[in-house]
Design a protein around this ligand. Structure first.
Ligand code: ADP
Ligand code: XUL
Length: 547
């Protein structure tokens, strides 16, 4: 039998700014990494940050042929680095979520008969009915969002069906816009792919199914039945199911890699293509997030990933089918400007120093003697929930220091507070808001829950201590820099054995463990319990989003 180190598994990531790949061996060691940067390595496409912003400042697209050419270039780079393609047993990948690709009539035949002596770019020039693919940064489909919500019976009803209310960047609304505004191109389309299933199609030499997980970012999939929702399909375009194909579990083996790649790169004929998925689901796999875990990325924006069993879709946040266990769910919440708000309070209260900011957290008690941060909520269409950027301090009853865990808080008095108190108020308030929103989507903290932290602010131990106290769970740090690629490589490996009932977690047991950095203060649990017995209400203090 071949040793585990002899077999390789590839994970690709077609992200906004670059195409990346990671190869692992059967022991999960990374054996190769490579990438192509769109702006600098493919300047002929004239993108900025991988995209083109149109004159209306709402439409944002990427040239689909840029992604095709990037794959040619990446494979060339791998060949030049003498990567041994013949050892690859399976490959998978991810794509930026929501982006869509429109294949022109006849493209399937072209895909099927690719000549290994020519590049993909040379051969697929005429294969797309729409040359500029709408991407996740696009916000030009407000009208279509309104129409879809009206057809579905309201925003919440749509969220109950598809996991999210209508969002401009979600693919169904982009498809509706295309059908209305560019009917000829739409007529000339034989298949619509997501960026992920488009990439899988290239490797398969035929159209790849959309997987349930990335499919959940379209406002079209019924996340409980895992079939296209009739109501949503009808409101979007007639006979749309024919253009989309049937969705499949994200663990599916779609087929062998096409003969084009066997002959051009030296892949083995037995190399399998496992369904590609969205970058956020792939990242959840790369983090090896388990039931009860929550991952918090503390970057420019704060992003929260959750594993959910019983989803309760809401008006804020997104519920997707789970990428590693297709009967379960995941959720994604994005809080705009998380770090930027912390930076602003750092500049205003602690002279621009993270050290002084951290000292303020050390010097103030958990619960902050009842002083919490509350926000002026600003409507935001792109990122949910609302921006953190306008912080107001509202000291609450000291008798129930953590009553702010409840959405309904009694504001007793407003007084000026010290800079230290303001710092703690901000950080506790931010994390409480993350927790509340997570719980509203059906997340619950269970024994064994871990909080996985990543991103710029995860280097700050004091911030992570507050995170641990608010979630009453240990905090571990992880490196997310290549989690989408790694997650895809792990999924490729798992795809080969998923059908025989082997769980994802059995397959990734050997991956490096995250590092424990904070454990909850012994009183965190006590204070938390206290919270639920001291709920006061006051209409002025109920944040907008809880109404
Ligand atoms: P991005 O989301 O753009 O990839 P990063 O994950 O690199 O960003 O995070 C950058 C942010 O990390 C900066 O905006 C900064 O506020 C924050 N940051 C860096 N160091 C610290 C620190 N010691 N304490 C708190 N925040 C920090
Ligand atoms: C998620 C979203 C982004 C893209 C980035 O809803 O729009 O995270 O997936 O690639």
């Amino acid at each position: 039998m071949a040793a585990a180190q002899d077999s390789f598994y590839l994970g690709f990531d077609f992200s906004t700014q670059q195409l990346k790949v990671v190869a692992i061996d059967g022991d999960l060691n990374v054996v190769h990494q490579n990438h192509v940067l769109f702006d600098s390595e493919l300047p002929e496409f004239r993108t900025q940050g991988g995209v083109q912003l149109h004159a209306d400042r709402l439409t944002v697209t990427s040239p689909v042929l840029m992604w095709v050419k990037a794959l040619d270039l990446l494979l060339d780079k791998m060949r030049r680095a003498e990567f041994d393609f013949s050892r690859v047993r399976a490959l998978s990948g991810s794509g930026q979520q929501h982006g869509s690709v429109y294949w022109r009539r006849g493209a399937s035949e072209t895909l099927n008969q690719l000549d290994p002596d020519q590049s993909l770019y040379q051969q697929l020039q005429g294969s797309f009915s729409v040359s500029d693919s709408p991407v996740w940064m696009d916000s030009s489909s407000s009208q279509q969002c309104q129409d879809l919500q009206a057809a579905a019976g309201g925003a919440l009803r749509l969220a109950e069906i598809t996991g999210s209310r209508a969002y401009e960047r979600f693919t169904g609304n982009q498809i509706a816009k295309l059908r209305q505004n560019r009917p000829e191109e739409f007529q000339d389309t034989e298949r619509i792919s997501l960026v992920s299933s488009f990439a899988a199609s290239l490797f398969l030499g035929g159209y790849a199914a959309i997987d349930y997980s990335d499919g959940s970012g379209m406002n079209l999939l019924d996340i409980r039945s895992r079939t296209w929702s009739e109501i949503c399909l009808e409101a979007t375009a007639p006979h749309l199911d024919r253009l989309l194909g049937a969705p499949l579990p994200p663990t599916s083996v779609l087929g062998p890699v096409s003969s084009y790649f066997v002959r051009r790169c030296g892949f083995s004929e037995s190399c399998r293509v496992v369904a590609f998925t969205g970058d956020n689901p792939a990242s959840l796999a790369g983090m090896r997030l388990q039931q009860g875990d929550i991952a918090v990325s503390l970057g420019t924006s704060d992003t929260v990933f959750l594993w959910i069993q019983q989803p309760r879709p809401a008006l804020e946040g997104h519920v997707f089918c789970n990428p590693v266990d297709w009967q379960e769910y995941m959720a994604l919440l994005c809080f705009k400007n998380g770090s930027l708000t912390r930076e602003r309070v750092r500049n205003e209260c602690t002279g621009g120093s993270w050290e002084v900011f951290s000292a303020a957290l050390r010097e103030t008690p958990l619960g902050n003697n009842g002083n919490i941060g509350e926000w002026e909520f600003i409507a935001s269409t792109r990122t949910t929930p609302r921006s953190d950027s306008n912080l107001h301090l509202l000291p609450v009853s000291p008798a129930s220091p953590w009553s702010h865990l409840s959405p309904l808080v009694l504001v007793l008095q407003v007084s000026s507070v010290s800079p230290q108190v303001e710092v703690r108020a901000l950080v506790e308030g931010q994390f409480l808001s993350r927790r509340l929103h997570a719980e509203r989507l059906g997340y619950s903290i269970i024994p064994g829950t871990r909080v996985l932290a990543t991103g710029g602010a995860s280097s700050n131990k004091e911030i992570l201590q507050v995170l641990s106290d608010v979630f009453n769970a240990p905090v571990y740090t992880i490196d997310l820099s290549n989690s989408t690629c790694l997650g895809s490589a792990y999924r490729a490996l798992h795809g080969l054995v998923a059908e025989s009932g082997v769980s994802f977690f059995d397959v990734v047991k050997k991956a490096p463990e995250p590092r424990l950095v904070a454990t909850p203060h012994p009183t965190a649990q006590e204070v938390h319990t206290h919270t639920h017995t001291h709920t006061h209400t006051h209409s002025h203090s109920v944040p907008q989003q809880y109404n």
